[in-house]
Design a protein around this ligand. Structure first.
Ligand code: ADP
Length: 545
């Protein structure tokens, strides 16, 4: 953002964006911490959920295989005689149909769940497996399946009399006919040489023999799924989470960069502006586009620059004015005294010139007094002697004191009092000063033949009224609307007033306001250019009770 000052163009200097850095560190730390916590929780729950859901899938498959096995075994029992021979070739075909069905199902689960399947007899000998064991070449030929179990797995089995056995009881003994057991490692050494661990679900085949009520142990079914199947799914989920986190970090950092820039750019400009102002350059303005807090701050700074600029101009005007005010009378005083001393002014005219000298000294004195009063009021060193005072009398007596200047301009003064008697609690000399200032101004800025009205009106919070409003109204030149906000400022003199008010210092209203503020009261102005002005101030009513 650019801003101008005294004809120069300033570009905000490039500095280390320390606020931005801090914000970035905070946000990155917050995001990392929250992502880490969310990641750990997610990892934990995903692992649990995946393990549970995969265990359930494998267990469902085990129950399904058990079901098929039972159908096959029932066909086996029903179609064999006591001698262990097939009673009919149809019976044998029926059995084989179930057998192949069972094999197909194991193959299916191998394809879709990636599981190894084992069906054992109750002595641990493996009746059927998929992939096939090396001794199952006959089944391979009849069924056309050629998937054989890896040798590092078959090596962990026991080969006895042409049959493969699980070596360990735990591998085919579950201890329960109904439930299943889950093993999450190498299935008691079977997958020891494999790169992955396996989730193995083992269930006793609970077969109910015809004519019996209780299930008998026909052996076990074990389906084993490599754990990477679980970790792969979990990794996919966590991978997605990490990608989403990374994207959100990038978006947040971009947003943060833009937002911080919105804040730090104006701050840097304000810093430059302050530097310029401290060097006495008040001609600076910062552009403000937003209406947020930063915009409000910039607005305040711009207003402050305006106010300081005005004060600076006023101070310069004032110094020039005061110098002029003092130099002019001092030059004439010096000239008159030189004239008297040199004898250029004859003795009979000396009294006349000495009176002028006295007037000039009185005026200089009142100017210096004004300045001192203002300084004292501003420093808060004035002690007010608050006493009850008759307001109507105070107003009319003060106006009376100014009769000479009022009469000189043939101005009429009207009084309009709200109450016959009204006591106010004030520091009388200073309030008298306020009234004098207001009436003097009214006279100064009202053409000859005009009218001044001094009015009082009750006002206050409740019907008892605790304040009284005093209005000094004139039919003078009025004050331009854009000048009204400044007339109570020190040394302010409107351009139009200069012609009429050459001797004014621009302190009268500022002093009046300071005095009223010290009383806890207010002053305001209502004015229309060319119609007149109305100065209204309040005073506290004094009640005896
Ligand atoms: P000064 O001591 O020079 O009169 P004031 O502080 O009393 O200064 O007034 C400040 C300015 O307010 C004046 O220069 C004038 O422009 C304006 N002003 C004050 N009173 C009136 C009035 N009654 N009518 C018009 N303008 C006024």
């Amino acid at each position: 953002m650019l801003f101008s000052g005294k004809g120069k163009r300033f570009i905000a200097s490039v500095k280390k964006p320390s606020i931005m850095k801090k914000f970035c560190v905070c946000i990155i730390t917050a995001i990392t911490a929250s992502s880490l916590i969310a990641g750990i929780i997610m990892y934990h729950y995903t692992t649990n959920y995946m393990t549970e859901s995969k265990t359930q899938d494998v267990a469902d498959a085990v129950y399904d295989v058990e079901n098929l096995y039972s159908q096959m075994y029932t066909a086996y029992i029903n179609n064999r005689n006591d001698k262990g021979e097939w009673v009919s070739s149809e019976g044998e075909q029926e059995y084989k149909k179930y057998y192949i069905g069972l094999l197909e199902r194991l193959e299916l689960y191998n394809r879709f769940l990636n599981v190894y399947g084992f069906i054992t007899d109750s002595d641990g000998s493996i009746f059927l497996s998929y992939p096939l064991l090396p001794n199952m070449t006959g089944i391979s030929e009849t069924s056309g399946r050629t998937d054989f179990m890896k040798s590092d797995i078959t090596d962990k089995l026991l080969l006895k009399n042409g049959k493969y056995y699980f070596k360990k009881d735990e591998q085919y003994y579950t201890g329960s006919a109904s439930g299943y057991t889950v093993n999450n490692s190498d299935f008691y050494g079977l997958y020891k040489d494999e790169a992955d661990n396996y989730l193995s679900v083992t269930k006793t085949i609970a077969y109910i023999y015809p004519g019996s009520d209780n299930p008998g142990n026909r052996g076990t079914i074990t389906l084993s799924m490599p754990i990477p199947e679980i970790t792969k799914t979990r990794s996919n989920i966590i991978g997605c989470f990490l990608i989403a986190t990374a994207i959100s970090v990038v978006i947040e950092l971009i947003a943060l960069f833009l937002i911080t820039k919105e804040i730090t750019d104006p701050i840097r400009e304000l810093e430059n502006m302050t530097k310029e102002m401290s060097e006495g350059n008040f001609n600076i303005k910062i552009e403000h586009r937003s209406n947020d807090e930063v915009g409000a701050l910039i607005k305040s700074y711009n207003n402050m620059a305006d106010a300081l600029k005005r004060l600076d101009v006023m101070r310069n005007d004032f110094i020039a004015g005061i110098s002029h005010e003092l130099r002019t009378p001092m030059t004439s005083i010096g000239g008159f005294i030189d004239g008297i001393l040199d004898g250029i002014i004859p003795p009979e005219k000396q009294e006349y010139y000495l009176k002028i000298v006295k007037d000039e000294i009185t005026r200089m004195n009142s100017l210096v007094n004004d300045l001192l009063n203002m300084a004292r009021l501003e420093s808060g060193k004035v002690e007010l002697d608050m006493l009850p005072c008759r307001l109507n009398e105070l107003l009319s007596n003060t106006a009376l004191k100014l009769e000479p200047i009022i009469d000189a301009k043939n101005i009429s003064v009207e009084f309009d009092f709200a109450a016959k008697n009204c006591d106010v609690l004030i520091d009388k000399p200073s309030i008298e000063r306020v009234i004098i200032n207001l009436i003097q101004n009214a006279v100064k800025f009202t053409d000859a033949g005009g009218r001044i009205t001094i009015r009082t009106a009750l006002c206050g919070r409740d019907k008892d009224k605790d304040k009284i409003e005093i209005t000094v109204e004139d039919t003078g030149i009025g004050i331009a609307e854009d000048e009204i906000p400044f007339i109570f400022e020190k040394f302010y003199k409107s351009d139009k007033s200069r012609g009429l008010d050459k001797k004014g210092t621009g302190l009268g209203l500022a002093i009046a306001k300071e005095i009223l503020m010290a009383h806890g009261q207010d002053i305001r102005v209502e004015s229309t250019l060319g119609v007149g002005s109305r100065f209204i101030f309040t005073l506290p009513i004094y009640r005896k009770d």
